[in-house]
Design a protein around this ligand. Sequence first.
Ligand code: 13P
Length: 370
Amino acid sequence: MEPRQEITQTASRPATPATDLARTAAALVPPGKGILAADETVSTLTKRFDALEIASTPSSRRDYRELLLTTPGAEEFISGAILQDETIHQHGSAGTPIAVICNQLGILPGIKVDAGTTPLAGHAGEHVTEGLDRLRERLADYRRLGARFAKWRAVFAVGDTLPSAGCVAANAEALARYAVLCQEQALVPIVEPEVVMDGPHTIERCEEVTGSVLHAVFEALLEQGVCLEEMLLKPNMVVPGDDCARQADIGTVAAATLRCLRRHVPPAIPGVVFLSGGQRDVVATRHLDAINRAGGPKPWKLSFSYGRALQDAALATWRGKPEHLALAQRAFYHRARCNGLAALGAYDEHEEDAHLGETAPQVPAGWRDD
Ligand code: 13P
């Protein structure tokens, strides 16, 4: 670790609440709203489409993203949408650029700018996120296309000896360099260090790893001079691994997640927007709701930036069929509304029964168990 003197000299530069970036960061986490992560790469979205036998073409991917963004009323609960390179260059079916459609709806357009993960040399089983080459120029281009914020995701596998110090340091450094470049180019960085759910690890191990990753990430952010008031954090919740024999109840996840954030996330951060990370959609909503209902200090807004947990029901309902569009939009509206309520700690599980009653006859059998 650097001597304290060094860190003090390079600490986050001061911000007044009135900077444009701080205002944009705050606008992404107003009460009862969160972010739609619709930034799957072409190859990831193609895999999801393939599983549902939807042809993956530029126009089908555009139609799907447009379906989500133009869902009537979704903007009541969705403050921003993270787009992907293909999407931000596309126009909607009526010829309007997608970023303009977002702005017209009051949804801030954002952009995924990392280039994905690659195996980290010398560290078996671990990955580093790439994309720093020419990032300054790419950020400037995206800003011109209308993006107001950006996202970079780092992944950390959990094991008895993972993540290694080398993996944590390499990814923390890349996240920090990305974040400071974003702020230079007038984009709010969303910093996403994801401790993944794959594996048999316990919730206690997830808490330990998430804490040390967050510690390293904030140290790197401060060293690079990132202004904390002008960014958002997108972490995982503290949950047991998928294959852990001892799963945790909703209250335990909420308590562990809050304890970890309180210990490692500075209060200067305006918002924490969780990823869903493979949690079932209703479970992700219940966790967010429990986190917001819990007592104790919560100096940041606690909301969502879900991908799968917002989209899965809508995608499985749509299946590429224009005649399913309205029903798919209702499924998306429902999840957005439930998560908006959860961001206020005001979600009621009975919401789910009412919605299923409405849509069940037209939803393919078993789609919730995909
Ligand atoms: P999930 O909510 O599906 O984990 O996606 C969030 C995200 O943006 C991953 O980078």
